[in-house]
Design a protein around this ligand. Structure first.
Ligand SMILES: [Zn+2]
Ligand SMILES: [Zn+2]
Length: 908
């Protein structure tokens, strides 16, 4: 073991080792799984190769190696509460892996793993143990092949080769699909690492529960396909899929007991210590907080770097929760000002050379963190004190549990994530009703869904596509359908399959709804915000109008539409034709979207990142992060920059480049796209100094001049720190201006003015309107005064005190108060109670002169409270003046009639 094993060296040694053995070094996939709705986060290296194992996708290489960003927030290996309490649990981590796609198999995988661990990293051979598969259900053959290679290809102690059953040594992707036996490599940390020393009957063992043996590396041999019947069908070519926990290996090679003590975490921890102003002893006393912060900062930085935005559900919730949890732990070590972005900087500096998406998005990451942190800090104190009240309240009632509704209230109203509530409650020796919390949250979701719940039906139909996919493959013996929406909008091709509803059919008749699969298609399928093409497919004597196009499975495009004439048949020669005029409108809007993106960067700053986009024929929509509003001048400037780029008539070109090279050249990458190792870079302007360069799979104009004009239609905020711009180009821009002009002329006609002096005319009208309102106010006041004068006749004598209790007409509470003052001016020593109805609700006021308060015990507040109860309301106030509201105007008169009796009871 040597201190020279920096994390960077450990990672690079792995990549180099396999690169030297013919493996392509591929970039880590995004933490947001692409095309896999079943998965919240990428949690293993194989996620991005799932389509290869399933047989629906291919890669230009058969051997790959990478380090994969992974995120796990729940599940048997990662309960959030464990993070920071020991040295090995993380939310975010890296997984090193090497793959063979039908290339090498067990022999090489085993020999290389051994060579790397013992020869390169220098692990002690006598401490390594391996497990191989032996079916505890007795159905599958024992993996003697793997065991044999451990004996023949390595010099491991043969007694260290163990057989284990399905739970430990058989890997499945899901209930069905690719699967196979695996072989795990464990390290014996020695008897001193046993956490159960002295426990009677305890024996340390591999896959035991005492922590002495640690699993380092899992080699998975994918050789079966698990069928729905439970039967295992051998794959024609087996694959290798391995995963090696990076942080654990680094800790080992650096001789550290905890992953947090390595150079992956120490820079963050040291920076935190500087911010907290702690001594080393203080840091050690708060070790858990320091570790949780270090872990969560990494997760936050990488999640936002992959485009996750804080939100109240899904991935956004996990990000929000982890970030807010870090803020709360920061609070426990005295960090009360925003600090997360500062620590994110440390992460980006340390990891940026491995994950170029981080430095490429540094401004965006920090701006998003700061916005979310400030939002949370605004309500954190309130949330914490409300929670403390709840805990105290529960305790004084002899309870130790916070209810699910309480926890949900804190989450929903005060932004305190459930996990933070749970942390605090547990710290104080209480518990929180977790099931109740989820029930409350689910109930709210159900309410939210009730409005528009219609998405279910499509799912049932989706079942047909894997069947169709298999049908095409068996019919043709291969899977080689082509998709190219770029080179032309017309394609000579052939009908490969037809669907009517859920049925795969040979032919369809006029008037029937169909889905058509073509050998080769020029239709664009919605992706990166650009909407799907429409058009027609025609053959000998038949035609299908295509209204929608989808890609339900990677590689499978279905054209959805109706047979308008003739009888299309599977195998027919056909011409596919995209609606050309519509496609041109889409092209203009798509290229304009890139111009807009660039203009936003220039005008608002480099923190601006696309948060969503729609490119349709009639308009484009662009969502982006920016806190604060956009001024009229800024909007005009954005339009001017985009227009200048159009007038410059820049060339627009697309080129295939390596993902890494593209990012290093400063190409803007969006989050919503799936990027392979080779990406399509769309440049606007000269290659040497482009106006804009983005990764993009969309269709574009050839030169910017073809866009015609660019016009922003609307700009507004759509969420915390997210704004939306709607704009249009070409024919749409002309139409928008014509609509505006027509509306302006209409308004001018109504105002009886010309278009040019419309503004003056409106200003004059507003002055007149103000004057009229003023006059109305004065008249209302006069009326109230007259009304009050006549009410004075109703003054009665109650035990020697003049009392006025009357129903009056007053427009608001102010006038009512004014009336009470008029009464006190008129009657030096008396009680007034006035009631009125404003907006259908009763309003009450009571006033008594000071002398009556002190000498006769009159209390206007108590009086009003009693009266308010009679009209279904509440209120109160000072002894000399009080006011209240109610709900029931019909009972106001009856309540006022009770005033003399109430006063009598009150007075002495
Ligand atoms: Zn033990
Ligand atoms: Zn694009």
């Amino acid at each position: 073991m040597t201190e020279n094993w920096t994390a960077d060296r450990v990672r690079q040694a792995f990549l180099n080792f396999f690169s030297e053995r013919g493996h392509t070094v591929v970039p880590s996939a995004s933490l947001v799984p692409q095309d896999d709705p079943t998965l919240l986060f990428t949690n293993a290296g194989m996620n991005q190769f799932k389509d290869v194992f399933l047989g629906t996708g291919t890669r230009p290489y058969t051997r790959a190696v990478d380090t994969q960003k992974c995120m796990r927030v729940s599940g048997k290996h990662n309960d959030l509460e464990e993070v920071g309490r020991d040295g090995t649990h993380h939310t975010f981590f890296e997984m090193l892996g090497n793959w063979s796609f039908g290339d090498y198999y067990k022999k090489e995988a085993i020999a290389w793993a051994w060579e790397l661990l013992t020869g390169v990293y220098g692990l002690d051979k006598s401490r390594l143990w391996v497990t191989v598969f032996e079916d505890d259900q007795g159905k599958l053959p024992r993996d003697d092949e793997a065991a044999g290679y451990w004996r023949s290809e390595t010099d491991i102690d043969p007694s260290h080769i163990l057989y284990c059953g399905r739970e430990d040594n058989f890997w499945m992707m899901g209930d069905t699909g690719p699967c196979g036996p695996d072989s795990e490599i464990h390290y014996d940390r020695g008897p001193e690492a046993c956490s159960k020393q002295g426990v009677p009957g305890h024996v340390c063992e591999v896959n035991g529960d005492c922590g002495r043996f640690t699993e380092y590396w899992n080699l998975v041999f994918i050789q079966y396909n698990s069928l729905p019947s439970g039967e295992l069908e051998p794959l024609p070519t087996p694959h290798v899929d391995t995963g090696l926990g990076f942080e654990r290996l680094v800790a080992h090679l650096q001789g550290k007991a905890a992953n947090y003590d390595t150079d992956l975490f120490q820079p963050i921890i040291q920076q935190t210590q500087v911010l907290a102003g702690h001594t080393d002893a203080e840091r050690e006393a708060n070790l858990v907080a320091y570790r949780v912060i270090a872990d969560h900062i990494r997760a936050v930085t990488f999640l936002i770097g992959d485009g996750v935005m804080p939100a109240n559900d899904g991935r956004g919730y996990v990000l929000r929760m982890v970030l807010r949890r870090a803020v709360r732990f920061g609070r426990t070590i005295g960090l009360t000002q925003p600090f997360i972005a500062t620590l994110a900087d440390t992460v980006i500096q340390r990891m940026g050379h491995v994950f170029p998406e981080l430095p490429a998005r540094v401004d965006f990451i920090k701006a998003t963190i700061l916005g979310e942190e400030q939002r949370f800090l605004r309500t954190l104190d309130q949330g914490l004190s409300r929670l403390q009240e709840m805990i105290d309240g529960a305790r004084s009632a002899g309870l130790t549990t916070i209810s699910g509704d309480q926890a949900f209230f804190l989450h929903d109203t005060l932004g305190l994530p459930f996990e933070v509530t749970r942390d605090i409650v547990l710290e104080q020796g209480c518990t929180v009703d977790e099931l109740g919390y989820h029930a409350a949250r689910e109930a709210q979701r159900a309410r939210a869904r009730a409005a528009g719940a219609f998405e279910m039906e499509a799912d049932a139909h989706a079942q047909v596509y894997p069947v169709l996919h298999d049908w095409i493959r068996t019919q043709r013996g291969t899977w080689d359908l082509a998709q190219d929406p770029y080179s032309s909008t017309q394609r000579e091709t052939r009908v490969v399959a037809l669907l009517k509803g859920d049925a795969i059919v040979d032919q369809a008749e006029a008037g029937e709804a169909v889905e058509v699969v073509l050998q080769d298609t020029c239709f664009y399928v919605e992706s990166g915000g650009q909407v799907t093409d429409t058009g027609r497919i025609g053959g000998a004597g038949w035609e299908v109008h295509v209204t929608d196009t989808r890609r339900p499975i990677e590689g499978l495009v279905v054209h959805i539409g109706e047979v308008v004439s003739g009888t299309p048949r599977v195998g027919d020669v056909a011409t596919a034709e995209v609606d050309e005029a519509r496609r041109w409108d889409i092209r203009r809007n798509h290229t304009a979207t890139h111009l807009l993106h660039k203009a936003l960067h220039q005008v608002l700053g480099s923190h601006v990142q696309q948060a969503g986009s729609v490119v349709a024929p009639d308009r484009l929509r662009f969502d982006f992060n920016h806190s604060g509003s956009i001024t009229t001048d800024q909007r005009a400037e954005i339009e001017r920059i985009a227009t200048d780029a159009i007038l410059a008539n820049y060339e627009v070109s697309a080129r295939q480049e390596s993902y890494r090279d593209a990012l290093q050249q400063g190409v803007t990458a969006l989050f919503t796209e799936k990027y392979g190792d080779v990406v399509r870079v769309l440049r606007v302007g000269p290659a040497g100094a482009p106006f804009s360069q983005e990764l993009c799979g969309g269709t574009h104009v050839d030169r910017t001049g073809e866009i015609g004009g660019f016009l922003i239609l609307a700009e507004y905020g759509i969420g915390a720190g997210i704004r939306r711009i709607e704009a249009t180009t070409g024919r749409g821009a002309l139409q928008a201006v014509q609509t505006l002009r027509a509306r302006q002329e209409q308004a001018a006609a109504l105002l009886g003015s010309g278009a040019d002096d419309m503004v003056d005319r409106i200003a004059r009208l507003q002055d007149e309107l103000r004057a009229a309102h003023c006059e109305i106010d004065q008249l209302t006041h006069k009326l109230a005064r007259a009304d009050f004068q006549s009410a004075l006749d109703q003054v009665t004598d109650v035990d020697g005190v003049p009392v006025l209790a009357a129903l009056v007409s007053a427009p608001d509470a102010n006038t009512l108060r004014e009336m009470a003052d008029w009464f006190r001016d008129k009657v030096q020593n008396g009680v007034v109670v006035l009631g009125t109805v404003v907006d259908g609700k009763p309003l009450l006021i009571a006033a008594a002169t000071k002398q009556l308060v002190t000498e006769r015990g009159i209390h206007a507040g108590n009086l009003v409270r009693d009266l308010a109860r009679m009209v279904g309301g509440g209120g109160g106030g000072r002894p000399d003046m009080a006011q209240a509201g109610g709900r029931d105007p019909d009972k106001l008169a009856a309540a006022l009639a009770q005033v003399p009796a109430l006063l009598k009871a009150m007075m002495h």
